[in-house]
Design a protein around this ligand. Structure first.
Ligand code: NAD
Length: 335
């Protein structure tokens, strides 16, 4: 099948081509660096399938344009699908597939890395030692051992995060619509969101971005947290109201923050912008805090995860072409 692969980097091309070759190279993959949006949708004219990543815009007008030009399949190279209007896709007769499951260890381990880095101030220590400054003032952290860690969203990634954290000797609290059996087996106590916010020394976010989780961490939620709380977000930026977070950081209420995602990351992340002026004042302000560490949506970025994403994407294309249903097909909630 001919596939236009949007938003591609060298590593996407290499892993997808390798997975395609492993599968006997059945698909003709055409790579473009552009993000999908209303202006770039016309690039897909004549392609029955397109492949997208997290910041491609698959809103209703874009999907209508794709469907009009003959696209029948959208295959996402991600787990999250908040950037796709599934109702509009169904209306347009488009099948949407994703990578429901790829190394959840990649993201969970990265959340732990962010937590350890902001707690022990590794980002500042690294800068200091490079400058020949070996003073320790300002670098003091806390033992994680003995603390209470709240996991919001205890699905695949949240459960692995909890499992790793258990090794530190923490008390685990969980908030989810459905308790995860492995988390219960770890001794996690499921509590209300308010109780988790009030009792946790560390809070890590692992829910998908949905209308019900948009700005889950807003001014009210931040005010309910313990003073000095460490907040980690490796899920989706819009789970957190960034302006409210800035106020909570300015007041000293929030102790440290590790962010791999940002609500307005689409125009920022995945590109070298080191010679440009950052015009997003909220993002620029967040970057000024010494107790905030931001990475550019790299939690998924391991060799294992990329290989699995590529293999699943090729399998999705083959299954769709052969008319086989698989577990990666997304249906609108209203269906
Ligand atoms: P999952 O579906 O296995 O788990 C999500 C959990 O959130 C489920 O247990 C679900 O019940 C829970 N949930 C849903 N709505 C909720 C609500 N309103 N309140 C409380 N809990 C709710 O998903 P996963 O594989 O663990 O991935 C989680 C998220 O991580 C993805 O949706 C994606 O946004 C993000 N992610 C980020 C990266 C990255 O590179 N930073 C990579 C992969 C995934």
């Amino acid at each position: 099948m001919d596939v236009l692969v949007y938003d591609t980097k060298k590593y996407d091309r290499e892993t997808l081509q390798a997975a395609n070759a492993d599968a006997g190279a059945p698909h003709k993959l055409v790579f473009v660096e552009s993000l999908l949006n209303e202006r770039t949708a016309s690039l897909a004219d004549g392609f029955p399938a397109v492949s997208l990543f997290v910041n491609d815009d698959a809103s209703a007008p874009v999907l209508e344009r794709l469907a009009h030009s003959g696209v029948r399949l959208i295959t996402l190279r991600s787990t999250g699908f908040n950037n796709v209007d599934l109702d509009a896709a169904a209306r347009c007769g488009l099948t949407v597939m994703r990578v429901a499951n790829y190394s959840p260890y990649a993201v969970a381990e990265f959340a732990v890395a962010l937590l350890l880095a902001v707690n022990r101030k590794l980002h500042r220590a690294h800068n200091r030692t490079r400058e020949g400054n070996f003073a320790l003032d300002g670098l003091q952290g806390y033992d994680i051992h003995g603390k209470t860690v709240g996991v919001i969203g205890t699905g695949r990634i949240g459960a692995i995060f909890a499992h790793i954290m258990q090794g530190f000797g923490v008390t685990l609290l969980g908030y989810d619509l459905t308790p995860h059996p492995e988390c219960l087996a770890l001794g996690m106590r499921y509590v209300s969101l308010d109780a988790l916010l009030a009792e946790s020394d560390v809070i890590s976010l692992h829910t998908p971005l949905l209308p019900s989780t948009y700005h889950l961490i807003n001014a009210e939620a931040l005010a309910k947290m313990k003073r000095g709380v460490i907040l980690i977000n490796t899920s989706r930026g819009a789970l957190v109201d960034a302006e409210a977070l800035i106020e909570a950081l300015k007041s000293g209420h929030v102790g440290a923050v590790g962010l791999d995602v940002y609500e307005e990351e689409e125009g920022l992340f995945f590109r070298d912008r080191s010679d440009q002026i950052i015009t997003d004042d909220v993002f620029a302000r967040l970057m000024t805090f010494p107790n905030v560490l931001i990475t550019g949506h790299q939690a998924f970025f391991t060799y294992e995860a990329l290989a699995q994403i590529a293999a699943t994407t090729i399998r999705n294309l083959s299954d769709f072409e052969a008319g086989r249903h698989n577990e990666n097909v997304l249906v609108p909630r209203s269906a």
